[in-house]
Ligand binder design. Sequence first.
Ligand SMILES: [Zn+2]
Ligand SMILES: [Zn+2]
Length: 105
Amino acid sequence: MIRPETKTCQNCKSGFTIEPEDFAFYEKIHVPPPTFCPDCRLQLRLLFRNERTFYKRKCDLCGKNMISSYAPEYTYPVYCQKCWWSDKWDPYQYGREYDFSKPFF
Ligand SMILES: [Zn+2]
Ligand SMILES: [Zn+2]
């Protein structure tokens, strides 16, 4: 029987608890137990997203001017709201084959 384990966050040094069912889940998906507390993990997950700086750029589908959080220098396509929700583009363009016999990670 696995007991809850109290750990110290490697980032903010506060204590956090890992429940037995969490350990079972980490084992199931073959990842090690976390060393950061839930708050610090959330911060890490949100870091990549730009929510404060906006750019003028053109929609890569209809060519209309729009305001985006993605700078014009980025080479990947960025669509306006209307195009994004439309059926005018094919999601299979970026789709990949998935091998179910291999673990996701
Ligand atoms: Zn922390
Ligand atoms: Zn558009």
